[in-house]
Ligand binder design. Structure first.
Ligand code: ADP
Ligand code: MG
Length: 239
């Protein structure tokens, strides 16, 4: 479903070029829930941006489904992204002066007009994320946990095959984090999206089928609960 091969990415900082991704290889199956963990600054968000077609690699290939997204023209990639990829950003990135319903509908508006079937899906998502009654509330009046629910619903509005989430529980307390994870898991069980979730939280990562351990711009190891040294290795890696 997602295939990353030998991907590199550099950013210029002043006169210096610094290579953030140093040859990433990664294969994720259709319907798999993968967590990405690693030290801050190791390139996790950069990788997610590339998977979502928000940016392109310097070298290497990124395949989503059958499509080579790094080869697409920018406009083609934007259309592909809107149809196939849902993105939950690190700090929600909602449109603060719009209400809950308008935020969730936004990706549809960006693509055309709202059909009755779209409105039905939006209503269903609002209910599913537990925001019934708050449809017309401006999002800047919501709590962090509520804003993250809006972000989740917006990411899923086009029923994407792929959901990318960057630290979706990062700004939430334990109880709110568990609620958001439970939501992700229930959407995943129902619709079988392929999920890639960047997280610092071992508890959150425990929901994933596999955990990609990322270090210094490369995949250090991919670990799963079935591995004998799972708990020990993970604890050491994150220490
Ligand atoms: P992580 O999510 O693992 O914390 P990031 O992918 O956000 O790491 O960042 C990795 C490195 O790349 C950091 O040093 C960051 O400053 C740099 N970086 C990320 N995006 C950009 C950008 N658009 N321009 C310049 N530097 C960037
Ligand atoms: Mg990050």
């Amino acid at each position: 479903m997602i295939s990353v091969q030998n991907v590199t990415k550099s950013f210029s900082q002043g006169h210096e070029q610094s290579q953030v991704l140093k040859g990433v290889d990664l294969d994720i199956k259709q319907g798999e829930f993968v967590a990405v963990m690693g030290p801050s600054g190791s390139g996790k968000s950069t990788l997610l941006q590339l998977l979502g077609g928000l940016d392109i690699p310097d070298e290497g290939t990124i395949e989503i489904g059958e499509e080579r997204i790094e080869k697409m023209k920018e406009k083609e990639r934007t259309i592909f992204r809107r149809r196939n990829v849902g993105f939950v950003f690190q700090n929600y990135q909602l449109l603060q002066n719009l209400n809950v319903e308008e935020n969730i509908a936004f990706p549809i508006h960006a693509d055309g007009t709202l059909k009755p079937s779209d409105q039905k899906r939006i209503n269903g998502l609002i209910k599913a994320v537990g925001l019934s009654g708050l449809e017309k509330k401006r999002v800047n009046l919501l709590s962090g946990g509520q804003q993250q629910r809006v972000a989740m619903a917006r990411a899923l509005v086009n029923n994407p095959g792929v959901l990318l989430a960057d630290e979706p529980t990062g700004n939430l307390d334990r109880a709110k984090a568990e609620e958001i994870l439970a939501l992700m898991v229930s959407f995943h069980r129902n619709d079988n999206q392929t999920i890639v979730m960047v997280t610092h939280d071992i508890f959150a990562a425990g929901f994933a089928d596999r955990i990609v351990l990322f270090k210094d711009g490369k995949v250090e190891r991919i670990i799963s609960r079935k591995d004998d040294d799972y708990a020990e290795y993970l604890a050491n890696f994150m220490a």
